[in-house]
Design a binder for this molecule. Structure first.
Ligand code: 5GP
Length: 114
């Protein structure tokens, strides 16, 4: 999958169902949802994987989680609960190499994951 896909969504070159946007963060519904609510939350700057994070990104990563909290609230998930996941590299399930949180909700989740 193209490394540039999410940058293309940020630039509106690829359509997406955008649910949240700030100067630094964009969130949109996953094209292949794994739950009734499945939103991807990304930074607008390109960071390839968790392994590429620098200490200067700490505040930005925090903003991804604050976005997850706000979107979960807007989607009515706060009380029942939801799952937030970030995959890292192929072995961790990452297919798009621009970091993103998966916000999943609207169905039960088990632990440990499969
Ligand atoms: P990853 O496996 O990298 O953690 O997650 C990538 C996610 O991007 C997948 O859940 C996949 O369904 C989603 N995805 C891939 N291509 C597109 C697209 O063009 N639009 C949207 N909205 N989601 C996409």
């Amino acid at each position: 999958m193209s490394e540039d896909l999410f940058l293309k969504i940020i630039r509106r070159e690829v359509p997406a169902d955008i649910v949240y946007e700030t100067d630094e963060v964009l969130a949109f519904r996953d094209i292949n949802p794994q739950a009734p609510v499945h939103v991807l939350i990304i930074p607008k700057v390109h960071i390839r994987t968790i392994d590429d994070l620098e200490s200067e990104h700490a505040e930005l990563v925090g903003k991804l989680f604050l976005a997850a909290r706000d979107i979960a609230g807007a989607e009515g998930l706060s009380d029942v609960g939801y799952r937030v996941v970030m995959n890292c590299n192929e072995g961790g399930g990452q297919a798009v190499f621009h970091i993103h949180l998966h916000l999943l909700g609207g169905r039960p989740f088990s632990w440990p994951p499969g």
